[in-house]
Design a protein around this ligand. Structure first.
Ligand code: ZN
Ligand code: CU
Length: 497
């Protein structure tokens, strides 16, 4: 039998975390059919030249629900070696949606680009597939989206009937293949929920063996209380809890990630299923309006904030709020109010330098810590560079330059652990029978080139990417292949089951 593609002379990092080994990989009809020394002939022969061949990277924290429709080439992820995104994070998901409604409304623009008349996950998947996505997509169903559909932006607990309707919407998405239920408990309307409401909804994931993924209620002064709430939700709902973009935000809280991880470790030791992800940057990013009470602007936060995308004032994109204030002889609070109260000002995205570099390293050193970009795919203005650089940055900066992680271990955090946790069946490992999602990269050259000033630069050192057996990127250039699939959660895939 002649395979479709043979990749020869590679250093194979199979995703297990074990030492790399020299060998070949053969691909046939979208699957890996042989791994080892001297696989048979193939129609297309590729000499890897000794570069590293790994399973395609999994971005476990993505907000690309709309990007899959607006930018189906998914260039900013594919060029990093990412072959699957987990979307629907932070409580914001493409579905459920009401017929005719603005699908991005509840997310306030984070999910901009969601076009189509879909209302459920099946419909959304069809809409994405019609555009020809370059990479795979796995979805979470979001609390903010579900709550907004049932209760609007009411600041109260749901009635029994409303709770039932929310549960039904969560269940329907899980039935159609979502890998779990996500929350964003700092955002509207999720922040108005009591813990009990979240437990009730997360419990829907239990029957599916699915996840509860959370942007916790507090990542600042009450980080530890928020971790306690997350662990309680996981325990009482009987689900695997996943903490998104683990951090301790604001200078006075730096270092608390140690205590937070200790709580997680204690829960794991007691038999609870808990996992986490982190992005390799010291700045967060999001919708500016979510971070401020306009009557009492947090000046410490405004002082470390930079403008990413600003529809009313494009000239401010890429500038620090404090520099704008100094130039205009205004206070930072005044600048914040001027931006947010201008027409379309609520669509402003910001970048805030709130994280300690030492905490990023502490997170990356934690056992099984996964990598999630948290990139917001708004390409106007100057987005956070994590959208274009996250995975090469971990491999170039934290593996090669700082030796925080071994290369094989970093690859494991980006491949097999996410595949097992987020239920990506037959992905995340190089072995016979697995889907042929593969990335070939140069471990000596891989690097993020995206910076805060020039955030849309393609990373260096990624030579080739295969998605479902098709060459999606070759010699660093994207091909016309559009082989991405919409993935359905395979229950029970997590290794602790
Ligand atoms: Zn978040
Ligand atoms: Cu997020």
């Amino acid at each position: 039998m002649t395979a479709d593609i043979a990749i020869r002379n590679a250093r194979i990092l199979d995703g297990s975390g074990g030492p790399g080994f020299a060998g070949d990989v053969a691909v046939e009809r979208g699957r890996i059919v042989a791994v080892g020394a001297g696989v048979g002939a193939a129609r297309e022969e590729i000499d890897a030249g000794g570069l590293c061949l790994a399973p395609g990277f999994v971005d476990v924290h993505a907000h690309d629900d709309g990007a899959f429709i607006r930018h189906p080439d998914m260039r900013f992820k594919l060029a990093q070696g990412v072959t699957t995104c987990v979307c629907g994070n932070c409580g914001f998901s493409a579905v459920p949606a009401l017929p005719g409604a603005d699908r991005a409304a509840a997310s306030g623009g984070i999910l901009a680009g969601l076009e189509g008349d879909f209302t459920d996950l099946e419909g959304y998947f069809d809409a994405v597939l019609a555009r020809g996505p370059a990479i795979n997509n796995m979805m979470l169903v979001g609390h903010n989206t579900v709550r907004a559909q049932v209760m609007g932006f009411d600041q109260r607990a749901p009635t029994a009937g409303e709770l039932d309707r929310m549960k039904g919407l969560v269940r329907r998405a899980l039935e159609q293949g979502a890998c779990g239920f996500s929350t964003g408990l700092i955002y509207r309307p999720g922040r108005w929920s009591e813990t009990e409401e979240v437990i009730e909804l997360a419990r829907e994931a239990r029957a599916f063996g699915a996840l509860y993924a959370t942007h916790m209620r507090d990542e600042r002064d009450n980080l530890l209380g928020a971790v306690d709430e997350t662990l309680r939700i996981g325990r009482e709902a009987g689900v695997h809890a996943h903490i998104s973009h683990h951090k301790s935000a604001g200078r006075r809280n730096w270092g608390k990630v140690g205590a937070s991880l200790a709580k997680v470790d204690a829960a794991i030791a007691a038999g609870q299923r808990v996992t986490l992800d982190v992005y390799p940057y010291t700045a967060g990013s999001g919708r500016m309006i979510e971070y401020f009470d306009l009557d009492r602007v947090d000046e410490d936060l405004a002082d470390v904030m930079r403008i990413a995308t600003c529809p009313p004032f494009r000239e401010l994109e890429g500038r620090m709020v404090r520099d704008i204030a100094a130039e205009r002889g205004m206070g930072v609070a005044e600048v914040v109010r001027a931006i947010l109260t201008a027409p379309k000002g609520e669509r402003t995205l910001c970048i805030q330098f709130i994280i300690d570099e030492a905490d990023v390293e502490t997170n990356l050193r934690h056992a099984d810590m996964m990598i999630g970009s948290d990139g917001i795919p708004e390409l106007d203005g100057k987005p956070h560079p994590r959208l274009f650089g996250t995975f090469p940055r971990v491999l170039g900066e934290y593996v090669r330059r700082r030796s925080v992680l071994r290369l094989e271990e970093a690859v494991r955090r980006m491949t097999s652990i996410p595949a097992d946790t987020f239920g990506l069946a037959d992905r995340g490992r190089i072995r016979e029978g697995a889907h042929a999602d593969l990335v070939l990269f140069d471990p000596a050259a891989i690097a993020d080139l995206a910076t805060y000033d020039d955030p849309k630069r393609t990373p260096a050192g990624v030579a080739m990417v295969l998605v479902n057996g098709q060459t999606a990127l070759r010699d660093g250039e994207q091909t016309a292949a559009r082989a991405g699939r919409m993935l359905r959660y395979r229950r029970g895939a997590y290794r602790a089951d």
